[in-house]
Design a protein around this ligand. Structure first.
Ligand code: DGT
Ligand code: CA
Ligand code: CA
Length: 577
């Protein structure tokens, strides 16, 4: 069974967990975690890179040893070293380690001193007040663990869009090779570019449904067949992602695509519109009595109810019908509209590539400018810049700009917003930059009032330009901090600041609905990669997807401006500041 990037990354994460429990060298643990991150973020399948004879050690953080392990996992699905460590460490311990608040020491205490073997047992022990009595715990920790366990129980596992994209891509390629296949398209939340995907819904047109279905259920990654008919089948893949496939006839393609793209709320509203015209709409077509009136294309379905085609990202029943009727659908921003990227890191802090490598990669991606925004000193873990190192970096940017022809580097910083809303570098340093990207990296648990005031105060700084990843959420890992986003957006408008749509697949922050709120308030957004390596620059498309879901048009996007048009926008009008 071929291993995808996410699978290889999972092997490395597990290695790191096991090493952590065993108390191994922290550098070794970090190396595995970094490699896992690199693999997760990789825009291409690492198996394919191996097939093409590429040298994996050219990737950030991958040396000879890790490259060999990647190859091993791709070829065998696992690594001998992992199996060895698995034998030594009980599985319960690694399960415990996944709960926020539980590190290796606490996991071992729970395992050895309380005999915890399952998460249910942990929950019961915490409810009974047994956990607090262990050394290294306390009442507060016990409560925290209990809350974490409850949150997890209520959560269904959804896949990051970028991860689902890898599984979808491989499967679509496979299905295209079925006999007699014409179209294969992924519909559902995937086509609507939602930030997370519950399951994949794939639509196929083919001469024979059953041949496609037979091929589908024999896909090597299928772990369980949930349903297998002549036109419908569902499976669960080994990675636990469920996939539904439907085969329809050519003349139903449009109505089936419309139906399976959803959302459900959009479909319900559309069906009502059809009913008002005496029409019946389902996945097979649009009918007046038995007579088919539309269905071969999505356009024909929408046209039959008097509407223009509506882009999938808008299909959430959040006002798209009114806009469509009024002929006022937004012309949504596209990846090709982006002229630059205003948030990127280099080796100077926690990035993997040199400034020149980042610049050349961005230029090769067709960007006209790239802002270098490394971390500020407060973030010691990331080797944040102090004024002296920042100054040296600015000189390097000047030097490099003289030799670069196709791209211009802008001088920026990702400065920490401190607990009181002040910024982590002196004013004189911030004010000589082209732009200041401010971000919260600490004190996530302030009260809503305090957190909001903190960010408003940061934006009051006359040199503040863009608020990075405004909500702070990490998908499936960390909830957003408590924040009054409406006030933040309003304040950004008053101060002439911008908000980021961070395109990293684990962030996608601002979220779609907050993008829409910003747009309505007239606050321009900056769709940024937050790249920590040249490969990350390819993530911009995910940020564009979220912005599109937020009704964002080219004119609403700061970095859709040419460099010439951008420069005056970066200069804050000091009137309000
Ligand atoms: P997900 O999978 O949770 O990320 O979200 P979706 O939107 O992909 O939902 P899913 O997979 O349950 O269904 C795919 C599409 O099928 C959905 O977007 C709309 C359509 N659909 C599903 N159930 C219904 C329904 O009860 N009524 C209507 N009108 N459409 C439905
Ligand atoms: Ca779905
Ligand atoms: Ca589905």
């Amino acid at each position: 069974m071929p291993a995808h990037n996410a699978d290889v990354a999972a092997v490395f994460e597990e290695m790191a967990d096991l090493l952590e429990i065993e108390g191994s060298n922290p550098f070794r643990i970090r190396a595995y975690r970094n490699a896992a991150r690199t693999l997760r973020d990789l825009p291409r399948e690492v198996g394919m890179m191996l097939d093409e004879g590429e040298d994996l050690t050219e990737m950030p953080g991958i040396g000879e040893d890790l490259a060999a392990k990647i190859k091993e996992v791709v070829q065998t699905g696992t690594a001998a070293a992992l199996e060895e460590h698995r034998k030594k460490v009980p599985k319960t311990l690694t399960d415990l380690l996944r709960i926020p608040g539980i590190g290796p020491k606490r996991a071992k205490a729970l395992y050895h001193d309380l005999n915890i073997r399952t998460l249910d047992q942990l929950q019961k022990a915490a409810q009974d007040g047994l956990v607090r009595s262990l050394q290294g715990f306390g009442e507060k920790t016990e409560r925290y663990i209990l809350n974490q366990l409850k949150e997890r129980a209520g959560e269904e596992k959804r896949f990051q869009l970028a991860v689902a994209t890898q599984y979808a891509g491989a499967l679509v390629t496979y299905l295209r090779e079925s006999p007699g296949v014409k179209q294969v398209v992924v519909a559902g939340s995937y086509r609507r570019a939602k930030d997370t995907i519950g399951d994949l819904d794939i639509l196929v047109t083919a001469a024979s449904g059953s041949l496609v279905m037979d091929r589908f259920v024999s896909y090597p990654e299928v772990e369980e067949i949930l349903a297998h008919g002549a036109t419908k089948a569902s499976v669960r893949l080994a990675c636990k992602l469920q996939v539904d496939v439907r085969v329809v006839r050519d003349d139903s393609y449009g109505s089936a695509l419309q139906y399976f793209t959803g959302s459900k709320a959009h479909n319900v509203a559309l069906r009502q519109l059809a009913q008002q015209r005496g029409l019946k709409l389902n996945e097979y077509g649009l009918f007046r009595g038995d007579q088919s009136v539309a269905g071969a294309t999505e356009e024909s379905v929408y046209a039959a109810v008097g509407l223009p085609w509506i882009p999938p990202e808008l299909r959430e029943n959040r006002g798209e019908f009114d806009s469509a009727r009024a002929g006022r659908l937004p012309v949504l921003v596209e990846v090709a509209d982006l002229k630059g990227d205003l948030h990127a890191h280099t080796k100077a802090t926690d990035g993997h590539n040199s400034m020149r490598e980042m610049a050349e990669a961005a230029g090769a991606n067709g960007l006209e400018y790239l802002a270098i925004t490394d971390h500020s000193r407060r973030l010691t873990m990331a080797k944040g810049l102090d004024p002296k190192r920042l100054f040296a970096q600015l000189e390097e940017i000047d030097r490099l700009n003289e030799t670069l022809s196709s791209i211009t580097l802008l001088k920026g910083i990702e400065v920490d917003i401190l607990e009181d809303g002040s910024l982590d570098l002196p004013d004189e340093d911030l004010c000589r930059l082209d732009l200041v990207v401010g971000a919260v990296h600490s004190h996530f648990r302030l009260s809503r009032e305090k957190q909001t005031e903190r960010i408003l105060r940061a934006m009051d700084h006359p040199c503040f330009t863009i608020l990075a990843h405004p909500s702070g959420r990490l998908i499936n890992e960390r909830a957003p901090y408590d924040l009054d986003m409406a006030r933040v957006i309003h304040h950004a408008r008053e101060r002439g600041c911008f908000l980021e749509v961070n395109a990293h697949p684990i962030r996608l922050d601002l979220t779609d609905t907050d993008c829409q709120m910003a747009k309505e308030e007239g606050v321009m957004l900056s769709i940024n990669s937050d790249a920590h390596s040249t490969l990350d620059l390819g993530n911009l498309r995910y940020g564009v997807g979220q912005a599109r879901r937020g009704w964002v048009e080219k004119k609403d996007v700061l970095n859709s401006r040419s460099l010439q048009a951008l420069r005056p926008l970066l200069k804050r009008t000091m009137m309000n500041a």
